[in-house]
Design a protein around this ligand. Sequence first.
Ligand SMILES: [Mg+2]
Length: 228
Amino acid sequence: MDCQTLLVDADDTLWENNVFFEQAIAEFAARFEPLGYSPADVRRVLYETERRNVPRHGYGVGCFRRSLEETYRHLAGERAHSDEWAWIRHRARELETTPPRVLDGVPETLAFLARRHRLILFTKGEPVEQAAKIGRSGLSGYFEAVEILPEKDTATYEQVVSWHKIVKRNAWMVGNSPRSDVNPALEAGLNAVFIPHSMTWELEHAELRSGAGRMLQLASFRDLRRHF
Ligand SMILES: [Mg+2]
């Protein structure tokens, strides 16, 4: 394929992310057992809380901690215990400092792609938090640029296209999220590569929609080498 611009997502595309949050949620939910709530009850309230908080407070551990605290306050009510607030703070701190676990085949695939194509890392979230993960991943050298924006929607795709003078028909968004990677990229007129991850965050799920561009679905990041 001729030289393309590949916009590459980070969390759950280059490295594991949601699995660490899932572990924290499972532990959090288990702590409600003495209060008579099932893990499903706790998750339902937590996801509702996150849906409300994310638009106001953004993506990242800070917002997740706030959502855990609000869920706890809501469900425990009068029975709230100070140990639990301490546990939430401690667990959020652990998430912030967990080193990224790069997914299988990613470094060698990026090395292969960077020789042929232009790579731009495009992620959403807290700039400081995301930049720290990118730094610790050791992968930043493969990218011509890194963009960390508060949201990935059609408007921010248009911004990135304009900032980097991207020719849409020769550009692809590569990522695991239907909501943030595939749908808005196709709507903006780019192409998309969907690489599902079994642990994709609840809030990233969406029905895949079609758009002007082409969509490829691959089983693993490594498979990019067969197409690019
Ligand atoms: Mg992702």
